[in-house]
Write a protein that binds this ligand. Sequence first.
Ligand code: AMP
Length: 429
Amino acid sequence: MTKIKLSTASYKGARDFPPAEQQKFNFIVDGWKRTARQFGYQEYGLPLLEPIEVYAAKSGEELVNQQTYAFTDRGGRQVAIRPEMTPSVSRLVAQQKNNFTFPVRLFSVANFMRYERPQKGREREFWQLNIDIFGDDTSLADLELATLAYEMMAQTGAKPEMFKIRLNDRKLIDAVLIGKMGLESEVAYRLTKLLDQKDKIAPEEFKKGLEEFCPATEDQTFLLELLNFNEPGQLPPALADFPEAQTLVQVLAQLPKLGITNAEFDFGLMRGLDYYTGLVLEVFDTNPANPRSLGGGGRYDGLVGLFGVEPVVAVGMAFGLSTFWNFMEGHGLLPEQQANPTVAILALDGQILPAVQLAQKLRQAGIAAEVDGSERKLDKRLKAITKKRINHAVFVGEKEVESGKFTLRNLADSKQDQLLPDEIVASLQ
Ligand code: AMP
C-alpha cells in the first residue's frame, strides 16, 4: 500500500485559528457583539448556502460571476456559498415580516467565501459583523449607521485620529453623473466602477477611463474637483444645495454634536455592491500599511421587496474581521495572550479517580478544571502546565487522599496550602 502524506496547509485564502489566534478572534467578536447589543440589535443566524439567484438579482456582476463559490448540489439546485449577508438577511426579513415589529435591528457574525486573490486583508474565507436596521426611513437610521460605525471602532480603545469614516450618497452620485452631466445610466454605472477603483489602479488607466466615460473636459474637471475635496465635515459648495445631498448635509452637521469629528465626505466612495440607494459609508485605518476598508455599508431600500413582499427600507453595514484585526494589531489594541483560568488537578501515585472527583467538585462550583494523569516527573508536568498559562495546580496523591486535604499551589509565586475541597473552592472563587 502506498503511504500518503497530506499537506498541513489550510485551503488557499482560508485561515486556521489555533487557540492563541482564536482567542484574539473571540476578543474582537465579543467587542462587536457587546456594542451591537448596546444599540438594541438582536442576533440572528442563517444558512451557509443560498440559491444563486439571491445574489444574481442585485449584488453586482463581479461578485456573482467572478467571486462566488457556486455549484449544483446533488438534487440539481444551483447554489452558492454566501459571499455576503445582505441578500440573506433581506430574505429573512421578507419571510418574518409578520412576526417582526418594525423598525427591527439585527446583527450576526458569520463566515463568507469569495474567490478573490488572497492578499493582506483579503481572504477567500473571511468573517464579518453584519448589522442592519429594517423599516426605518427617517434620517435617524442614517445617523445611527454612522454613529454605530464610530462606536464599533471606539469600543476597541481606538482614538479618533486612528481611523476615518468616509461618507457619500448614491442618489447624489446619480444626480451629478446622470442629472447634471447627462450621462446615460449605463455609462454612469461604469463610471462609478471606475471611480471606485481610483486608488487601486494606475493614474494613466484612471485618466483613460475618465476620458472614455466622461468626454467633456469641464465634466472631467468638475469630477476631479469633487474627488479632491477634503474639508472635514463639509460638502463641496457646488453640491451643498442638491436636494440629493441633504441627508449627507444633515449627518455631517449632527456627528460633531455627538463628539464624532473624524467623518468626512468622499465623492470617490462608491461601494462595490449594486444595491445601495442612498447614504453609503466606509471606515478606514489612517495607518497607510492597512489601506483596505475596515467596514462599509449604507442604505439599500430595494432588497426586501425582491422576495415578493411589500418593500421594507433598510440601512446596514459590515465590518470585516481581517482588516479590523490588522487595525487593532497595528495600533496595539489587541491584548497579550490572556491567562488560562483553568485549574490543573495533578493525579499523583496513580490517584486518578480522586483527582477526577475533585475536578468534578470544582466544575460544579463553576471553576474550570482539567485533570493531568500523566506519569512523567512532577517538574516536567508543572512546566507543561505553566506553558499553558495555567496559574493554579492541585496535587492529589496518596497522602492527600488519606487526610482529605489537598495541596493547592499558586504557580506564579509557588506558595501552597493544604486545604479541604470546600476551602479550595472558596480560595479559587
Ligand atoms: P462588502 O461586503 O464587500 O461590502 O465588505 C464589507 C467589509 O467586509 C469590507 O470592508 C472588508 O472589511 C470585509 N471584506 C470583504 N471582502 C473580504 C475578503 N475577501 N476578505 C476579507 N475581508 C473582506
